[in-house]
Design a protein around this ligand. Structure first.
Ligand SMILES: Nc1ncnc2c1ncn2[C@@H]1O[C@H](COP(=O)(O)OP(=O)(O)O)[C@@H](O)[C@H]1O
Ligand SMILES: [Mg+2]
Length: 270
């Protein structure tokens, strides 16, 4: 099972949740014939529950247990925090497993490394090819980031065209070096969410170059997309009767998923 951490370091609001949810849905779709539950989305944005709400829609009341209950020690079995969403496309179905992560205890839930390992062991029982980790919504502490690096194998850095964002991913790269972790850095993503201009006005350099200089890998650009704040989720685009290709950001996420499946191929299930 490949565990992929999406992170922007301490910078918030860079589109991580949007990218994580869409990547997870697209991956689950692409691998629908290879496993019953090919992908698990681990939503650690406990205080906001954004990913969970995107996936569940409005049926909060129907969730008996959330990941917060598990991390607070109120339930012993992390499997009871996993939910499945099923999509029907034509006469085919595919499924995404995700943690229901809405916190009833805002600001109180700690991400404990032993409990997190317990959760990942439980997820391994589902035999997914990929686990996508959407990190906490608010500024990530180095402590939590270190824990997340420890439990994952691959890292996707997400930056927006903003100097503080480039600095934040540079700090992650430095931390990884300092800790001598073995996580593989995948192609970083430059998410153009707040700007349509590819060149930084203060240095005259393209943002792609500024990101590449930090990570040493050419970034993958996800363009600004006015559909994203409205729909956010891959399959919603379909339900609005738009094709994937009418959404430039989603089209770009499909391309990133193709890259991902080649760079870290789905391993045979054990
Ligand atoms: N490429 C994009 N184009 C336009 N809007 C985007 C794009 N990516 C993300 N957004 C919007 O930016 C906002 C913040 O995204 P979110 O995924 O919640 O960020 P984070 O998880 O990093 O805090 C959301 O309203 C989302 O729809
Ligand atoms: Mg988020």
């Amino acid at each position: 099972m490949r565990i992929i951490l999406i992170t922007s370091g301490t910078k918030g609001g860079t589109g991580k949740t949007t990218l994580a949810v869409n990547m997870a849905v697209v991956l689950a779709y692409e691998l629908r014939n290879k496993a019953q539950y090919p992908v698990v989305l681990l939503d650690l944005g406990l205080d906001s529950g954004t990913a969970t709400m995107l996936l569940l829609g409005d049926v909060r009341a129907e969730i008996p247990y959330t990941l917060a209950d598990y991390l607070m020690g109120r339930i012993p079995d992390p499997l009871s925090t996993l939910y499945v969403k099923t999509w029907q496309v034509g006469d085919e179905t595919f499924r995404l497993v995700f943690t229901a992560s809405i916190s009833q205890y805002p600001g109180q839930v700690r991400i404990d490394r032993y409990l997190l390992r317990g959760l990942l062991n439980a997820i391994a029982a589902v035999s997914p090819f990929y686990v996508i980790i959407d990190p906490p919504a608010l500024g990530l502490s180095y402590d939590v980031l270190t824990t997340l690096l420890e439990v994952s194998n691959n890292v996707v850095l997400v930056a927006v065209p903003d100097h503080s964002s480039v600095r934040a991913i540079s700090n992650v790269v430095n931390l990884m070096r300092e800790l001598k972790v073995e996580n593989r850095l995948l192609r970083p993503i430059l998410n153009m969410l707040n700007i349509k201009y590819p060149v930084d006005a203060s240095t005259g350099l393209p943002w792609t170059k500024l990101v590449r200089d930090v990570v040493n890998i050419e970034p993958h650009v996800v363009p600004y997309d006015e559909l994203f704040p409205i729909v956010r989720q891959a399959l919603e685009i379909e339900s609005l009767k738009l094709s994937f290709y009418e959404s430039p950001a989603l089209d770009s996420i499909f391309k990133y998923v193709d890259y991902l499946m080649e760079a870290v191929p789905p391993e045979g299930q054990k």
